[in-house]
Design a protein around this ligand. Structure first.
Ligand code: SF4
Length: 307
């Protein structure tokens, strides 16, 4: 009996096809990469780590000012670890998905306690930090320390889906087949692999964009499987939308904004004023408390977390 694989195999990639992609993408990156502060040498591993936390679900233009403020206030992990987690949540501002602020604070504390305040170089040690998952560990090891890791974010997954697999969009969640493909495409040479990781990410952000890829100025247009197939429309499961208005996320954002701007604990009534629907409002507040983003106090008062 032949067992079926759990996930579809990636398309065959030979060393030749991989190599054919490397040089044009890396050359394009050298010519067109944006000058972003976390790419400058002075950013250091901590700057890279902060940027990766911020960029996970927020566009570059919104991250830029917050990144600068964050690094000016907390230039080293120990500086952030010395403050209450609530200060990280406050400084996170409107970047969204504020649990990232708590995770970054927890990572800074662990770096301070376990690694003498230096962002670890070793991939396994990065992965062991609280709040650091597969993507962030690979990104920091690659971008901060020039190591060879498959860095698979949304932009890279889209480039690989189109250029190699011939699909308009990658699956909704990262699959084992995508990981295998990313590893198969990784250049052998460590510095080249690190450039490849940054270059494919930038290509997805600037050229192979989600809605309107600019194939006319793409360095691999002559070898892109999706383009060669006539740019067939997506026929997989519906793609997840990004609705915000009216969601619990919006209510959580409004509640948190009140607490971020307050210098002292706020009463329940101040939170009640920001959303008209009591059931959804209570659910959002309960969620913030459960996530550790808000600390309830006796007497119906609330504040950002101190511990
Ligand atoms: S040719 Fe178009 S679809 Fe293919 S990788 Fe380049 S930008 Fe993306």
């Amino acid at each position: 009996m032949t067992l079926m694989p759990a996930t579809p195999a990636p398309p065959a990639t030979t060393p030749q096809t991989s190599t054919l992609l490397h040089a044009p993408v890396i050359d394009w990156f050298r010519a067109h990469a944006r000058d972003l502060p976390w790419r400058r040498p002075e950013a250091g591993p901590w700057g890279v780590m902060v940027s990766e936390f911020m960029l996970q679900q927020t566009p570059v233009n919104r991250v830029l000012p917050m990144y600068e403020q964050w690094l000016a206030r907390w230039p080293r992990p120990a500086d952030l670890a010395a403050e209450a987690p609530g200060e990280a949540v406050r400084a996170w501002g409107r970047l969204g998905y504020p649990r990232r602020a708590l995770r970054l604070h927890a990572a800074a504390s662990a770096i301070t306690e376990r690694h003498g305040g230096e962002v670890p170089r070793d991939h396994a040690k990065l992965l062991a930090l609280p709040g650091v998952g597969e993507y962030t560990a690979a990104a920091v090891a690659s971008f901060a320390y020039g190591q060879r890791h498959a860095v698979l974010d949304t932009n890279v997954r889209r480039v690989f889906a189109r250029a190699v697999t011939g699909a308009q969009y990658p699956p909704n969640a990262t699959t084992a087949a995508e990981r295998r493909l990313a590893r198969a495409l990784l250049p052998d040479d460590e510095p080249v692999a690190a450039s490849w990781a940054a270059a494919t990410m930038e290509l997805g952000a600037l050229v192979c964009t989600a809605r309107t890829p600019s194939c006319g100025r793409c360095p691999i247009a002559d070898r892109c499987a999706w383009l060669a197939a006539g740019s067939p429309a997506h026929d997989g499961p519906p793609r997840r939308g990004q609705t915000y208005a009216g969601t619990d996320r919006q209510v959580r954002g409004k509640l948190l904004a009140v607490l971020r701007e307050a210098v002292a604990p706020v009463p329940q009534a101040a939170l009640d004023a920001v959303w008209h629907e009591p059931v959804q409002r209570a659910r959002a507040l309960d969620g913030l408390v459960a996530d550790g983003l808000v600390e309830p106090l006796p007497g119906g008062m609330y504040r950002l977390p101190l511990t």
